[in-house]
Design a protein. Structure first.
Length: 380
């Protein structure tokens, strides 16, 4: 009696084992054939966070990543947090933001169910979902055939009402996960993420001449953002120069933390908007090296296209044309000298650190042959 029970168990065990092995084999077989066009991720993905500020060209830097086939890119996931908690301060919102970034880097989309405006059933509730090529193609959005290219306008229509789970499924297929944010003003908040064994995080810090930012901000309504930024300040005067002062101070602090933190060695790179505008291909090469990505010929062609196309708006709202190096100088003819001085006062330290020369007179400001971006600049 005992003997036969034992035999029975042994037999049961053997069958289970065989079944398990077979299912594993089939699983690997299926996952490697179905998604052969995506890189099968067998090791920890690379995580890149583009840290910048409003109107500094971070959308363009995001697109540089977005166009690479190995990259799962998300545009500004922290936006939903700021819009939900618009009565709070940027200091407080750092913490839910950090948690959200960590979750999304590990392809856990569940926090979005709480933050998205309509209950988080669909990833299209992320206001800028179509900025992400990965969300506009398979397996995230089955409305696009693999042979079709990335088209953000079509994506807004065709990929609307796609379940949030599809975003998580797609995220797991990529070797690089990249997000950009303008909402990190204190890098020390992110330090625990560098000790997290699930992550392989790198910070790409994009800065821009605050006078250029000031001009660009004039065309955008950032009232909600400004209120969140200045909430902790006693003086509620939400003037542009105060906002810029806070942003400038944050950029200096971010750089200080990066230089001081041992865990950030080799994991931080600063880049200036002006260098990107003047030498896009060289800058993009540097950015890809930092992220461990290869520059393909197709991408090189894309960079050539976007830096030589005259039609503005063709590439979404991060217009970037042959005139981009002229845009760098636009503030010099469009800003009032007194206002420029106010910004220079608030941003002295940042301008010095990142190599932007102040102007001392209206004449200097308007003299475009006088170069105000220090080209010998380097943080290394
Ligand atoms: C706004 O700022 C100016 C100059 O800093 C100051 O004189 C004025 O009292 C401030 N107004 C308020 C309401 O705080
Ligand atoms: C670049 O532009 C040309 C001409 O408009 C177009 O045929 C080509 O597909 C574009 N290539 C990329 C990679 O965007
Ligand atoms: C403009 O700046 C350049 C370079 O410093 C200088 O040589 C030139 O004299 C300036 N022009 C005027 C009109 O001040």
């Amino acid at each position: 009696m005992m003997q036969s029970t034992l035999k029975y168990f042994f037999f049961f065990f053997l069958v289970s084992f065989l079944f398990f092995s077979l299912s594993q084999f089939l699983y690997i077989k299926i996952s490697s054939t179905t998604y052969s066009q995506y890189s099968v991720v067998d090791k920890k993905p690379v995580h890149v966070l583009v840290v910048s500020s409003w109107r500094s060209g971070s959308s363009f830097v995001g697109q540089i990543f977005n166009h690479h086939n190995d990259v799962f890119y998300l545009f500004e996931p922290g936006h939903s947090i700021w819009m939900k908690f618009w009565g709070e301060s940027s200091e407080l919102l750092h913490f839910p933001l950090r948690d959200l970034l960590r979750s999304l880097f590990t392809c856990d989309v569940s926090p979005l169910q709480q933050y998205l405006p309509n209950g988080g059933k669909y990833f299209s509730e992320l206001g800028f979902f179509a900025e992400s090529r990965a969300l506009c193609s398979q397996p995230a959005c089955t409305a696009f055939m693999p042979s079709e290219g990335y088209d953000r306008l079509k994506c807004y229509h065709r990929c609307k009402n796609t379940l949030l789970d599809k975003m998580a499924e797609a995220c797991k297929k990529y070797s690089h996960i990249v997000m950009k944010t303008v909402r990190v003003l204190d890098l020390s908040v992110l330090l625990p993420l560098f000790r997290d064994p699930a992550l392989d995080l790198r910070i790409l810090h994009l800065v821009r001449d605050p006078r250029g930012i000031a001009l660009s901000r004039k065309y955008f309504d950032l009232t909600i953002e400004n209120n969140i930024l200045l909430r902790k300040h006693e003086n509620k005067n939400n003037t542009m120069s105060r906002v810029l002062g806070k942003i400038c101070k944050a950029q200096v602090e971010i750089n200080n933390v990066a230089k001081a933190a041992e865990v950030l060695k080799g994991r931080y790179m600063a880049i200036r908007h002006e260098d990107l505008s003047n030498e896009p291909l060289k800058s993009i090469q540097k950015i890809y090296n930092f992220a461990g990505l290869h520059l393909t010929q197709d991408l090189e062609q894309w960079v050539y296209n976007i830096t030589h196309v005259e039609v503005e708006g063709k590439y979404g709202f991060m217009t970037f044309s042959r005139k981009s190096s002229m845009v760098v100088q636009k503030w010099r003819t469009n800003l009032n000298y007194n206002f420029v001085q106010e910004i220079q006062d608030h941003c002295k330290e940042a301008m010095n650190l990142f190599g932007y020369r102040p102007v001392g007179s209206p004449k200097e400001q308007k003299n475009l042959t006088l170069d105000l971006v220090n080209m010998d600049w380097s943080l290394e």
